[in-house]
Design a protein around this ligand. Structure first.
Ligand SMILES: [Zn+2]
Ligand SMILES: [Zn+2]
Length: 197
């Protein structure tokens, strides 16, 4: 296991096909862009899913949720777009291959047992072993077999901005002004509008 792959596994918590998929995609992107991990906002990632692989994307590219250079689109697609702010180049990486294709009968059976909380320790271990085997199979696959790699068609997203906060007139908590709505002349946060406060 390479050091960078180990970092992804440590961050994510387990080895799985999805993580490997994100790992391969992020590495392919860095190579295509001729870039290294972003310390700051040199790179930007747009991810179209919130599955396991996006953890590897954050670890490897330095595009992280907290820095604002990691943009999540809830499309349910295993596709990623990466940009370099230095060169203005962008690359889209989309799957040719599904990391979790139809499971074997054995795996399906074990998976059902796990879901219903009736799997024995041995069965759980067996399921883990099957998942790990699958993950390493994907790890060994050539990038061309996994992905379609094309220049990005969308423009580079704008840099993350820090906006001043205003106190919400309903819950009293401060929120970024630009994210609030004005109702009857009063600033209201999205949490209150969603009924979460
Ligand atoms: Zn996972
Ligand atoms: Zn509020």
């Amino acid at each position: 296991m390479t050091d960078d792959f180990k970092k992804c596994v440590d961050f994510h918590g387990h080895i799985c096909g999805g993580l490997v998929f994100g790992y391969k995609a992020a590495n392919a992107a860095l190579e295509w862009l001729k870039e290294n991990r972003a310390q700051d906002e040199e790179l930007v990632a747009i991810v179209e899913n919130d599955a396991c692989g996006v953890d590897a994307v954050q670890v490897l590219t330095g595009c992280t949720f907290g820095k604002g250079n990691f943009i999540y689109k809830d499309y349910g697609k295993l596709a990623f777009t990466f940009f370099s702010r230095k060169t203005g180049q962008g690359v889209r990486i989309s799957p040719k291959f599904r990391p979790n294709p139809s499971m074997s009968e054995e795996q399906k059976e074990l998976f059902e047992k796990q879901r219903n909380n009736i799997a024995t320790q041995e069965e759980l271990a067996r399921l883990e072993a099957l998942k790990t085997k699958k993950a390493f199979e994907i790890l060994g696959k050539p990038v061309d077999e996994l992905f379609l790699i094309t220049p990005a068609k969308v423009p580079i997203p704008e840099k993350a901005r820090i906006e001043p906060s205003t106190q919400c007139t309903r819950c009293g908590e401060p929120a970024m002004s630009t994210k609030m709505e004005t109702i009857d002349g009063k600033k209201v946060c999205q949490g209150c509008l969603d009924g979460n406060n």
